[in-house]
Design a protein around this ligand. Structure first.
Ligand code: HEM
Length: 493
């Protein structure tokens, strides 16, 4: 079926660029191929256009994507395109015209070309919402000097020397969740997805007020009206945004699509809920060492603190919660690896990396390149949108031997001076992005995930309630399981 879909949109089963060979198998889309084109083209200094699939008149190739299962399967669709056209190609899908890049060296190069104020593509619906309601938002939505100014401050609070302060609040929130789940041992963990959203929101809140202050006031903070229900509102924003992803937001609004009205309601609740929560947290954070106090001490105005932190709450909710679901799924599917991870913190780290390699929350990183550039020898005009295909690069045999195997040890060193056991190109799996605009929450995410997993594994074996049911990855703005994950915890003693 799939080959028919591709053949329909691309009669030669190949590409349109002159002189470009057809690449029928994934393994042919390798680094050496890219390097050869790059060298030849750089020597000749010629303009080479990246290959692109042939589409039908008017609808382009969007129809192929719809036939493939629509936006939910975009990562697979693009994976097939890479296998067909090579590690760098161009395609217009719906309203988005982009260069797709899956080669790890070329991906690194994109970050070198991104300029002083890197720009990425934001969901159309979110931009329209901000414009309509004059909503000033946090880091993710900022550009230029404003972004750089606040990003530098947040770098020093969240990335430099942040580990020690983050450990304690992450440990406490994880301990509370494990205690709650232990009451349901041997049974299906109730409302797993919601519980993980709640956990990741609480982790951030605990870090905002600081470890000691959270320990002192945790029950009062958990009773705050703004906190109760917020994680559900954040979850709704992502559910509703994903339903609007293939249609221009202005059209959805103009034709009064119910999905647009639901999206507006969800964002209203989440943005206002998060902003009022930040104000409610201020009295608890005073005199502590949490992020809120540190932002105010660094001279960030209260109104800017509120909008930046409100967006951190939105950004933290889905990413960590969804990654944790994949970690739990992979551990439950692989009981041997689970036992090894329970004994060895090094392997536990590998578990998180493997989960993000196989199921990157954001399977496409985006950049708008400021100037004309070259990638794999192809000319990329200034202002072009580039999408880095993490799903493809993370599952390529050229980058990871036996790529579909969940093998946490692949991230261990062969010996003290050697490379990694099962990783040929570490930059083929960059789930937090790279460079100046990479994820600001990556340290926090790393600590919160390892804390929760290590506490769970210390007390329980994680098992699937329906082991025969395969779980697949679908794209709903972020990569989520295609049906709710059902787990149970079995006490070790
Ligand atoms: C496993 C968890 C997470 C993953 C996989 C993840 C992934 C990402 C990715 C891929 C980006 C874009 C990077 C780029 O374009 O180069 C990003 C940006 C961002 N993330 Fe995360 N993230 C996670 C957790 C968090 C958390 C916990 C927070 C907040 C505490 C957060 C806040 C942000 C913000 C604010 C940005 C925008 C940064 C900017 O534009 O300067 N993320 N994240």
């Amino acid at each position: 079926m799939l080959s028919k879909v591709l053949a329909m949109s691309c009669p030669r089963g190949g590409c349109t660029a002159p002189g470009q060979r057809i690449l029928p198998r994934r393994m042919q889309a390798t680094v050496s191929h890219t390097a050869a084109i790059r060298e030849a083209s750089e020597r000749e200094e010629v303009v080479r256009e990246a290959p692109s699939p042939r589409g039908l008149p008017l609808v382009g190739t969007t129809l192929s994507l719809w036939l493939r299962g629509s936006a939910a399967q975009l990562h697979r669709y693009v994976d097939l395109r890479h296998a067909q056209l090579g590690p760098v190609y161009r395609e217009a899908i719906g309203p988005v015209d982009a260069y797709f890049v899956a080669d790890p060296l070329e991906m690194r190069r994109v970050f070198q070309l991104e300029g002083k104020h890197p720009r990425n593509l934001l969901p159309d619906a979110w931009i329209l919402y901000n414009q309509l309601y004059g909503c000033k938002r946090g880091l993710l939505f900022m550009d230029g000097e404003e972004w750089l100014h606040f990003r530098r401050i947040m770098n020093s609070i969240m990335l430099k020397d942040a580990d020690t302060g983050m450990e304690q609040p992450c440990r406490q929130v994880a301990a509370d969740l494990v205690a709650e789940w232990s009451q349901h041992a041997h049974q299906q963990v109730p409302r797993l997805e919601q519980a993980l959203y709640q956990w990741s929101t609480e982790v951030l809140v605990a870090n905002l007020v600081g470890g000691d202050k959270f320990a002192e006031h945790s029950s009062a903070i958990r009773r705050l009206p703004g906190l109760r229900g917020l994680s559900e509102q954040v979850r709704q924003v992502f559910c509703e945004s994903s339903k609007l992803s293939l249609l221009p937001a202005r059209v959805a609004r103009a034709i009064r699509l119910p999905a647009w009205a639901r999206f507006e309601r969800a964002v209203d609740h989440a943005v206002h809920g998060a902003s009022s929560l930040v104000l409610d947290l201020l009295p608890f954070s005073r005199g502590g060492d949490g992020m809120l106090e540190r932002m105010l001490a660094a001279g960030v105005e209260l109104s800017d603190t509120v909008r930046i932190v409100a967006d951190l709450i939105l950004a933290a909710g889905d990413t960590s919660a969804v990654t944790m679901q994949w970690v739990l799924y992979l551990l439950a599917k692989n009981p041997d690896a689970q036992e090894r991870a329970a004994q060895d913190p090094q392997i536990l780290r590998g578990v998180v990396k493997e989960a993000m390699r196989l199921y990157p929350v954001a399977p496409f990183l985006t950049r708008i390149l400021p100037d004309e550039s070259r990638l794999a020898g192809y000319t990329i005009p200034g202002g072009s949108l580039v999408l880095l295909s993490l799903y493809t690069s993370g599952r390529s045999a050229a980058n990871f031997p036996d790529p579909s195997r969940f093998w946490p040890e692949r991230w261990s060193r062969e010996n003290s001076s050697g490379g990694l056991l099962g990783v040929n190109h570490a930059s083929a799996s960059i789930p937090f992005g790279l460079g100046a605009r990479s994820c600001i929450g990556r340290k926090l995410a790393d600590i919160q995930l390892t804390q929760l997993i290590s506490q769970l594994l210390a007390g329980f074996r994680i098992e699937l309630v329906e082991p025969e049911k395969e779980v697949d990855m679908v794209l709903r703005l972020v990569s989520v399981p295609n049906h709710p994950l059902k787990l149970k915890l079995v006490p070790r003693k």
